[in-house]
Ligand binder design. Structure first.
Ligand SMILES: NC(=O)c1ccc[n+]([C@@H]2O[C@H](COP(=O)([O-])OP(=O)(O)OC[C@H]3O[C@@H](n4cnc5c(N)ncnc54)[C@H](O)[C@@H]3O)[C@@H](O)[C@H]2O)c1
Length: 411
């Protein structure tokens, strides 16, 4: 089942639990606007090359639409659609005043020079500048894009609309980016895990963690679990995997990865097959890499008691069913990885106010939002007798449905 089908299925189940009117259900599923633009740029050698850029704006009933822009060869309208919809539920679960959007350009960023990437980003911005904006749709980085990409969008957009730092988040600090933004998704994952474990009378200290993915989210989550006394017993990335049953020294592994670019040959752990990471012995499994990694082929072999979905859509519906029958508790992506968009919201607030916060304030507010959202989800799990995924979906969908109804449909 692809990401869009799985997202629609979760949405429909939540709509049924909530008893939503079928007309509202239909209106919430259909995106507000889908944009597809042609972006032609001269390459460095003077030849012309064309790419297709997308922006799906899913819903704006609770505020400006919000979501990343990814540069990836497999960017396709269905996936962008699913991710835009997920952003709508995610911002509602986190209770930040945004809707949902997602965008991307079908390209291979590693095959483009920096100046080609800059030209492509500027042409894409020229094509969509009238449709994004501080109070309309606020892009952020995603796969294949970064703070530099946001700086180019900010610059190009500002040529048309005047200086507008709040039009994008995830910017460089020098252009109004927020302290704490880089770590925010991983830190949010840790706050979410703390809230879940506390509910079960446990804490991070002394528990074992297996982490798939050691990029932005995975490495920050690993570092913060380690700092809190958690034992990270296995870590994998695209280059391989390592394990140490006594706990990996994460700061040392980060230094090794920085120096060598890979996890292999780290003296503080043994090499392992990265295919075994998801079924490795641990208390808490944290997928921080790709979608669909937990499926009917491996779900039965998972040994963790808790799964924290730091990646988007890591568990397919078959695996969800198998894991829930085994009694594995899954903290769903639309909540677990909401720390990034929450600190993006703080960045937007700081830009609008023209007053920047210190990092402690950012982290304290992030913890407050993540903890509150967890208790809101638990409340719905209790009243609807459902699991955490449906608790999160019903929370998000209900907030968006209420906002839609309050605004009304008068033309
Ligand atoms: N960065 C954010 O703020 C953010 C916010 C919400 C959700 N997410 C989601 O979190 C996930 C990770 O995002 P990121 O920003 O850390 O990306 P990233 O590119 O920084 O890191 C991805 C990591 O996954 C690893 N990886 C890739 N293929 C793998 C494989 N087959 N096996 C094991 N590891 C593999 C890479 O080596 C890398 O370490 C994605 O699903 C993303 O959508 C990220």
């Amino acid at each position: 089942m692809n990401a869009l089908a799985a997202t629609n299925r979760n949405f429909r189940q939540a709509a049924r639990i909530l008893g939503l009117d079928s007309k509202i259900e239909k209106s919430l599923l259909i995106p507000f606007r889908e944009i597809k633009v042609e972006c032609t740029i001269p390459k460095d050698d003077g030849t012309l090359v064309s790419y297709v850029g997308f922006r799906v704006q899913h819903d704006n009933s609770r505020g400006p639409m919000k979501g990343g822009i990814r540069y990836h060869p497999e960017v396709d309208p269905d996936e962008v659609n699913a991710l835009a919809q997920l952003m709508t539920w995610k911002t509602a679960v986190a209770d930040i005043p945004y809707g949902g959007a997602k965008g991307g350009i079908g390209c291979t960023p590693k095959d483009l020079s920096k100046s080609e990437l800059e030209r492509l980003t500027r042409v894409f911005t020229q094509k969509i500048h009238d449709l994004i904006g501080v109070n309309t749709d606020v892009p952020a980085p995603d796969m294949g894009t970064n703070a530099q990409t946001m700086a180019w969008i900010l610059d190009e957009y500002s040529k048309f609309h005047g200086h507008s730092p709040a039009v994008v988040t995830g910017k460089p600090l020098d252009l109004g980016g927020s302290l704490g933004r880089e770590a925010a998704t991983g830190r949010g994952v840790v706050y979410a895990t703390e809230a879940l474990l506390a509910e079960h009378g446990k804490s991070i200290k002394g528990l074992t963690f297996a982490i798939q993915g050691f990029g932005n989210v995975g490495s920050w989550a690993a570092k913060l679990f380690h700092e809190r006394g958690g034992k990270v017993v296995a870590v994998s990335d695209i280059t391989g995997a390592v394990r140490n049953p006594n706990g990996i020294d994460i700061p040392a592994l980060l230094l090794h990865k920085d120096a060598t670019g890979k996890l292999a040959d780290f003296s503080g752990a043994d090499a392992m097959d990265s295919n075994d990471l998801l079924t490795h012995e641990c208390d808490v499994l944290v997928p921080c890499a790709l979608g669909g990694v937990l499926n009917r082929d491996n779900a039965g072999d998972v040994r963790a008691k808790f799964i924290i979905e730091a990646a988007n859509h890591p568990t397919d519906p078959d695996a969800d069913e198998i894991l829930s029958k085994k009694g594995v508790i899954i903290l769903p992506d639309i909540y677990a990885n909401a720390g990034g968009v929450t600190v993006s919201y703080f960045e937007w607030v700081q830009n609008i106010q023209g007053f920047m916060w210190d990092e402690d304030k950012v982290n304290q507010e992030l913890q407050r939002y993540m903890t509150k959202a967890f208790h809101n989800i638990k409340g719905l799990c209790q009243s609807h007798h459902c699991n955490l995924r449906m608790g999160a979906f019903t929370l998000g969908v209900n907030r968006v449905a209420r906002a839609t109804l309050l605004r009304g449909w008068e033309a």
